[in-house]
Design a protein around this ligand. Structure first.
Ligand code: GDP
Length: 532
C-alpha cells in the first residue's frame, strides 16, 4: 500500500529496514582504522586489511581531494564505507580524529542511527570518546560498546564496565565475555547461551585469527582457572542486572558490550552480527516542527558535511546527503529547502576512500555525495515533491580560538566577505566583541584543522590572505549581558558574541572558569554541550 505518496513505498520500506548506518566513536589510537578495516575485511569488501584508510606510513587509499590532506597524510574524505552483510546494508561513516578532528566530526553523528563506542582495553574512556558520546547522548543515538585490544595487557573487564557506568551513566550489558585476562585472550563466551568460541591467532596483524566453537567441557579442561573466573564473572553480571535489554539500549540508557581485538579480527564478526541484529534501521526523522516524515514519503535528506576542494584548480565542493525518506535516483531534481531553489543530482556519488562511483539509487540511511554543491551547507535539507525542513545541526562547543586579521590592507572587503561566507558555511564559528572590533574577529573551532581550512580558503577563494593569532582560551560557556558586564573586569576570560547572537564566555582553563563562576553566582555560565 502506498502510504507516503510514493509509488516505491513498499520497496523503500524494505530497503530502509535493511540499513544499519553507524559511526565509530573513539579516541585516537583506540583502533578505529583497524576495526574499520577488519569490519570491511570480514564483510569481504576488500581482501587484505589496510586498504581503507590512507594514514601516513600505511599502505592504503590516499585521497587527492585536498592538498592539505595530502600534506598531512590524513584521509578526510574516506567518508563512508558501504557493504552488505547478513542481508543488511551497512553504512559506516567516518568520524575524523587526531589533527583532523573538527566540527565535522560531530556533525557526522547527525547522519547515523547508531554508534559503536570503541575503547582501548588498557585505557577505557578517553577524552575524545567522551566528547563524541555526549553528542550521541544528546541525539539519543543507541551505542554498542566494543572493548578492543584484549590481546594486549589491559584493565579488568569488570573494572572497565564499572567505569562506563560510573562516568557516563550508561548501563553496560555484556553480550560476550572474554576467557582470559587482557593480554591472555583465549576466546569469547556468549553470555546468553554459554557458547564458547576459541581463537587461535595467526602471526602478524593483517590476517584473521581462526575461530572455532569448542564445547564447554573442553574449554574448562584446557583453561580451568580462566574458565572458572569467567563463569563466576558471568554469574555476577546476572546478579548485578547487567543483562541485555533491547528497550534500554534503544533508549540510550544501556549499552551492549563486546570484547575483542580488531587487529587479529577477534570479535569483529560478533560486532557485525550485533549491528545487524540490534542496531536500529533508520526511523522516521522529525522535521523542524517535530513532525515525523514517513520513510516512504518522497525523497528527503539532510546535508551533514560539506567538503571543499582546497585546490585553486578544482574548487568543487562535495556535500554529503543522508537520506531520511524515499528512494533517491540519480538525476532527480531536488529542492533546497533553505533557498527554494532546485538542485540537480546528476553527479551523485558514493564515496569510498578516494574511489567514487556513481550512485544510481539510494535509500533511507544511505549517504550520497553531491558534487558542485556550492550552495549547500551542513544542516540544509533537500527534498522532492513534498516540502520538509529538518532541524539545523547545532554548532558545538569550541575549544580553540584565534584572532583573524587581514594580511593585506588592500583586501579588507574580500576579508570581510570571506569570513562571512565561511561562517555561513559552518566551516568555523565567528565571534566578535566591541572591544576587539570588526577587523579582528575571533575564530572559534572544535579542532585546529578548521583554522587551516579557513586560512587556505581565504587565500585561494577570496584572495584575502589572513594572519591568525592564537588566543589562550580553551573553554566556552553560554552567558548573557550580565556575564558580559561581570567579565569585563576579569582576566583570562572575556565575553564574545557569536554571529547567531549567542554570548559566549571564554576562559583560559577550567580552574580559571571555576573561580569566575564562584565569584558571580548569579550569572549564568551554561555548558555548551557538544550536542546543543
Ligand atoms: P585509530 O587511531 O583509532 O584509527 O587507531 P589505529 O587503528 O590506527 O590503531 C592504533 C594502533 O593500535 C595501531 O598500531 C594498531 O595496529 C593497534 N591496534 C589496533 N587494534 C588492535 C588490537 O586489537 N590489538 C593490538 N594489539 N593492537 C591494536
Amino acid at each position: 500500500m502506498e502510504q507516503g505518496g510514493n509509488p516505491d513505498g513498499a520497496r523503500v520500506l524494505a530497503e530502509a529496514g535493511r540499513r544499519r548506518s553507524f559511526a565509530v566513536i573513539s579516541h585516537p589510537d583506540a583502533g578505529k582504522s583497524t576495526l574499520t578495516e577488519a569490519l570491511a575485511l570480514h564483510a569481504e569488501v576488500i581482501d587484505s586489511a589496510g586498504a581503507v584508510h590512507g594514514k601516513s606510513g600505511r599502505k592504503g587509499v590516499t585521497s587527492d581531494w585536498m592538498e592539505m590532506e595530502r600534506q598531512r597524510g590524513i584521509s578526510v574524505s574516506s567518508a563512508v564505507l558501504q557493504f552488505e552483510y547478513g542481508g543488511a546494508v551497512i553504512n559506516l561513516l567516518d568520524t575524523p580524529g587526531h589533527g583532523d578532528f573538527s566540527e565535522d566530526t560531530y556533525r557526522v553523528l547527525a547522519a547515523v542511527d547508531a554508534a559503536v563506542m570503541l575503547l582501548d582495553a588498557a585505557k577505557g574512556l578517553e577524552p575524545q570518546t567522551l566528547k563524541l558520546f555526549d553528542v550521541c547522548r544528546s541525539r539519543k543515538i543507541p551505542v554498542i560498546t566494543f572493548v578492543n585490544k584484549w590481546d594486549r595487557p589491559g584493565r579488568e573487564a569488570l573494572e572497565l564496565l564499572d567505569e562506563v557506568e560510573q562516568t557516563i551513566g550508561l548501563r553496560p550489558m555484556p553480550l560476550t565475555w572474554p576467557l582470559g585476562i587482557a593480554g591472555a585472550l583465549k576466546g569469547l563466551i556468549e553470555v546468553e547461551t554459554g557458547e564458547y568460541t576459541k581463537f587461535t591467532r595467526a602471526a602478524g596483524g593483517a590476517t584473521r585469527a581462526t575461530a572455532e566453537v569448542v564445547p564447554a567441557e573442553v574449554a574448562a579442561a584446557d583453561e580451568p582457572e580462566f574458565w572458572q573466573t569467567a563463569q563466576d564473572e558471568i554469574a555476577l553480571l546476572e546478579e548485578i542486572g547487567a543483562t541485555f535489554d533491547e528497550k534500554d539500549f534503544l533508549a540510550g540508557s544501556a549499552t551492549p558490550v563486546l570484547f575483542g581485538a580488531a587487529l587479529s579480527n577477534i570479535g569483529v564478526a560478533r560486532l557485525l552480527d550485533a549491528l545487524v541484529a540490534l542496531a536500529p534501521p533508520p526511523g522516521e526523522r522529525e522535521d523542524a516542527e517535530g513532525r515525523p516524515r514517513e520513510l516512504d514519503a518522497p525523497l528527503s535528506g539532510l546535508i551533514f558535511k560539506v567538503q571543499a576542494g582546497m585546490d585553486k584548480a578544482h574548487r568543487d565542493r562535495m556535500a554529503f546527503l543522508r537520506i531520511n525518506s524515499g528512494r533517491f535516483e540519480r538525476g532527480m531534481v531536488l529542492t533546497h529547502a533553505a533557498t527554494g531553489k532546485p538542485f540537480a543530482t546528476k553527479y551523485a556519488q558514493s564515496v569510498f576512500g578516494n574511489q567514487r562511483t556513481t550512485v544510481e539509487e539510494a535509500f533511507p540511511g544511505d549517504i550520497v555525495g553531491l558534487v558542485n554543491a556550492n550552495a549547500l551547507r551542513p544542516g540544509d535539507t533537500l527534498y522532492a515533491a513534498r516540502p520538509v525542513e529538518y532541524p539545523a545541526i547545532p554548532s558545538f562547543a569550541p575549544e580553540h580560538f584565534s584572532v583573524a586579521r587581514c594580511a593585506d590592507a588592500g583586501k579588507t572587503k574580500q576579508f570581510r566577505r570571506g569570513i562571512e561566507q565561511l561562517d555561513g558555511e559552518g566551516v568555523i564559528q565567528v565571534l566578535r566583541s566591541d572591544r576587539r572590533g570588526d577587523q579582528a574577529p575571533v575564530l572559534a573551532a572544535v579542532g585546529p584543522l578548521q583554522f587551516d581550512v579557513v586560512a587556505a580558503r581565504m587565500e585561494s577563494e577570496f584572495n584575502a590572505p589572513i594572519r591568525l593569532e592564537g588566543l589562550p582560551y580553551q573553554i566556552a560557556r553560554v552567558t548573557n549581558e550580565a556575564g558580559e558586564a561581570a567579565l569585563s573586569s576579569q582576566s583570562e576570560c572575556e565575553v564574545l558574541t557569536r554571529s547567531d547572537g549567542l554570548k559566549l564566555a571564554v576562559f583560559s582553563n577550567k580552574w580559571r572558569m571555576d573561580v569566575v563562576i564562584r565569584k558571580f553566582p548569579d550569572v549564568p555560565f551554561e555548558p555548551l554541550l557538544a550536542g546543543t
